[in-house]
Design a protein around this ligand. Sequence first.
Ligand SMILES: [Zn+2]
Ligand SMILES: [Zn+2]
Length: 239
Amino acid sequence: MNIKQTLDCVLNFFFPPRCESCDCVLEKDSLALCPDCRAAWENEKREICRHCGKPHVFCDCMIEDYRYFHLLPYHPSGFESVSRNLILHAKERASRYLIRFEAKELASLLRSRGVLSHTYVISFVPRSHASVLEHGFDQSELLAKALAAELDFEYAPLLTHEGNTKQKTLTANARVANADESYILDADRAFYARGKRIILLDDVVTTGASMLACAKQLRCAGAAEVVLLSLARTASSTK
Ligand SMILES: [Zn+2]
Ligand SMILES: [Zn+2]
């Protein structure tokens, strides 16, 4: 047993892992969710996408002309769900159990949808500086790193977020304008992106404006392909 494994054992003894949704103490070997919450999560993945009429895990929706994959719907208000609990927790605390669980789920989604016939670079849609300062981390960055490790792909932080206006405070049209000027791909990273196949990750997609603004920059820089990926798609989204 190496030092990290020993430390994990000690930490798990004093602070046993808890379910990321209902907070009960987890049985040994269960990752992030208790059996009941896990069953609810699997059910939520089977909910029908209202845009294409298929379960979210089989959703065939494109965002403009980009292939787009996600696991489940995000209901910002209304009934409580395991997926909403997980998404809200992931924004507030950097739980390694939760990130590992989400990365494994995304990896198996990509495998099952036949996306992995090529080698991809994993990148992400960054949070604003103000948001990173407030929360202390960027959940999409942590998830992108974990997904890259899970798939044995390269991880590359390609874009920076220079704007400080929060997308969720804006209308759909204002989101597009704000997103277009908020994300920066500098010359070195643009050079790196050239010819690469890139999976661009965001935790939740609502209108898709942020995702598209980043994807277009990668394509302009000469990326061979940009695939969009999120944990969830806001169910009330009309686009
Ligand atoms: Zn639970
Ligand atoms: Zn769909």
